[in-house]
Ligand binder design. Structure first.
Ligand code: PMP
Length: 513
């Protein structure tokens, strides 16, 4: 049985079929730097990997230093399964990440996970916990004070009840009734569904919780619990925050007895943002855009969660892409390249003043926090410094971006836009409205153009790319920081070939190779 047949029958039938239809059912046997080898004739013998593990391969395949560290850790017999003990590499990694993201200004507590989506789940869960615990603390303060106030002032003057009347209180002047009403407001808030906010186009993973935040309907629709309000075409951040606004009451004691003060609260637990949207088609946010979002949510005490799972680790020229936009996250998410391309790990950073200690008991995983993964991730951070990965990503990315802009100018009706930062670049193709090829029109209308181009680039030029997950007409380029100019030229030449075939409406050329 061929690997394709076995994969299709036993792993992901739909995907196996799609890959073979698109001629992307290639088997790779070895990876080194930006190159993959294919030994069984299913694809070209050597393939330049510009897809870069969907962003997880900033260090390339099997970086010699990272592999040596992993082999050393294995040789040393570093415990992988030592849950419920103090794991020094995880501790050191957490401090390093906090220092790098906090840059002397903020300090974070780190929760480790095993994948990007699980890191998002952890953030969602912590944000919900933070929201619930704050509400519970408020209710408890109210309940504690209520006892004293009712005993000391059984009756409350009508003037003191004005705030409560404004909120719908219809009872009399007995303090016990007024206080019971205030407690009911808190209870109603807690019983309401807390909402998450996320941006149109956002991609945060596919697990049941994370997919609520992933905008593309094809991924979310069947699992949508309605808990996320998307910011964009359906409503601005102000609209969304307004929809989440509620009022509760704080109790105090003044000269005339009980005093009730209206306090604004929100049902929004967090705003999730990718500072550079990856799967949406590599769309950078403008600095003012992110700053405005940050200011709007912070005014209401809602944490800003920056998902740097794809854009972080120096890929765009700085450790976090958000540094370039002048915004620091209350929560920051890292994964993908954090594992150096060799191990699966993720990290949720929560700013210390927001971190809820009970989260450590409520959230854990058998596999997270192991010293093998943390040890490799620590070595990746050392390598990032020693090789000045962010600067090299910025320089190579700028060179590549300039060549791709030239390409767009050479093929104006073919390439719509080239976007991105550093080594996170998207090339959006037009809808080919002017093409005389019915085949190309069909491919566009079925959202398959990007995949057909990927098949052409692979078989015709030995270059591996893929479309972004939510924008099928955008090809992503996420090579490693080791990409040479010579290899970058191969990528550009391959794309030039694709553009030329599209420009000439030559569908046959695209599928012949
Ligand atoms: N967040 C972002 C920004 C991502 O790009 C991705 C993966 N494309 C995820 C979360 C989910 O990561 P994973 O595939 O490891 O679950």
């Amino acid at each position: 049985t061929s690997p394709t047949a076995l994969y299709t029958s036993h792993v992901r039938p739909w995907t196996g079929e799609l890959l073979s239809t698109l001629r992307l059912d290639v088997t790779y046997t070895r990876g080194e730097g930006d190159w993959l080898s294919c030994d069984d004739g299913s694809g070209p013998p050597r393939v330049l990997d510009a897809l870069g593990g969907y962003g997880a391969n900033l260090f390339g395949h099997h970086h010699p230093r990272l592999r040596a560290r992993m082999v050393q850790l294995l040789g040393d017999g570093v415990p992988v399964q030592a849950q419920g003990s103090i794991r020094p590499a995880a501790a050191e990694l957490a401090r390093e990440l906090s220092d790098r993201v906090g840059r002397g200004v903020a300090d974070y507590v780190v929760t480790f996970a095993n994948s990007g989506a699980e890191t998002v789940e952890a953030a969602l869960k912590h944000a919900t916990l933070e929201w619930r615990e704050r509400a519970a603390e408020r209710r408890q303060r109210l309940a504690e004070l209520a006892g004293h106030v009712v005993a000391a002032h059984p009756e409350t003057g009508e003037a003191q009840l004005a705030t409560l009347r404004g909120l719908g209180y219809t009872g009399g002047t007995r303090t016990a009734d007024a206080v019971a009403f205030a407690l009911r407001l808190e209870d109603a808030l807690v019983a309401s569904t807390p909402r998450s906010l996320a941006l149109d186009g956002g991609f945060h993973g596919k697990t049941t919780g994370a997919v609520q935040l992933t905008h593309h309907a094809a991924y979310r629709a069947d699992f949508d619990s309605g808990s996320t309000l998307f910011v964009g075409a359906g409503g601005s951040i102000e609209d969304r925050l307004a929809a989440c606004r509620r009022t509760v009451v704080e109790l105090g004691v003044g000269e005339h007895g009980p005093e009730f003060t209206a306090v604004p609260v929100t049902t929004a637990v967090a705003l999730f943002v990718e500072p550079l949207q990856g799967e949406a088609g590599v769309r950078p946010l403008r600095a003012e855009q992110l700053q405005e979002l940050a200011a709007a949510v912070r005014a209401e005490g809602v944490p800003l969660v920056l998902d740097e799972i794809q854009s972080g680790m120096g890929r765009t020229g700085t450790f976090c892409h958000s540094e370039q936009l002048g915004v620091r996250g209350d929560y920051v998410l890292l994964s993908k390249s954090l594992g150096g391309g060799l191990v699966k790990t993720g990290a949720l950073l929560v700013e210390r003043s927001r971190y809820r200690p009970s989260f450590g008991r409520l959230h854990s995983s058998t596999f997270a926090e192991d010293d093998l993964s943390s040890g490799v991730a620590l070595e990746a951070l050392r390598l990032l410094d020693d090789d000045d990965v962010p600067a090299r990503a910025a320089a190579t990315g700028a060179w590549l971006m300039a060549r791709l802009q030239e390409l767009r100018e050479r093929h104006p009706g073919v390439v719509a836009e080239v976007r991105g930062a550093g080594l996170m670049i998207g090339i959006e193709f037009t809808d080919q409205a002017g093409t005389s090829s019915a085949t190309i029109r069909t491919l566009v209308s079925q959202d398959l153009l990007g995949y057909v181009l990927a098949g052409y680039l692979l078989h015709g030029h030995g270059v591996r790319v893929a479309p972004t997950l939510s924008s099928p007409r955008t090809l992503r380029l996420e090579p490693s920081y080791l990409l040479t100019e010579e290899d970058a030229k191969l990528v550009v030449a391959a794309l030039d070939g694709a553009c030329e075939a599209l420009g000439k409406a030559n569908a046959f050329h695209l599928v012949r190779h």
